[in-house]
Each structure stands twice: as structure tokens, then as C-alpha cells.
Write a protein that binds this ligand. Sequence first.
Ligand code: SF4
Ligand code: SF4
Length: 56
Amino acid sequence: MAHFISDDCLSCGSCAEACPVGAISEGDAHFVVDADACIDCGACEEACPVGAISAE
Ligand code: SF4
Ligand code: SF4
């Protein structure tokens, strides 16, 4: 399990700032979650203004 960022991402960066383990970085098309680093805390999901993040 890990959290996942959909194509709805606007690349605002809020999730990357909220992530306690630095698992989110800017990818080619939009921000992405490193599934190996994600601890499923849910902080990014709450930080996203467009609901682009959900648990896989
Ligand atoms: S669920 Fe938590 S650990 Fe995983 S990417 Fe989001 S903020 Fe980071
Ligand atoms: S908070 Fe949402 S819109 Fe902003 S970079 Fe993260 S996934 Fe994309």
C-alpha cells in the first residue's frame, strides 16, 4: 500500500511540503509518490486542494 497521485495534480507542491518522510517529488507530468518511502500517513491527501491523492 502507498498513496497515489492522479493526473488531476496541478503541481502546486503542497503535498510534498506536508509529507513527513519526503516521499513526494516533482515527476515528469505531475508530482509523484515514492511507494517504497510512503508510510501511508495521509497527510498529503489532506494537503491536496484538488483531491488528486488517494490510497492505492
Ligand atoms: S501518505 Fe504520508 S508518507 Fe505517504 S506520500 Fe502522503 S504524506 Fe508522504
Ligand atoms: S497537493 Fe495535489 S495538486 Fe498539489 S502537487 Fe500535490 S497532488 Fe498535485
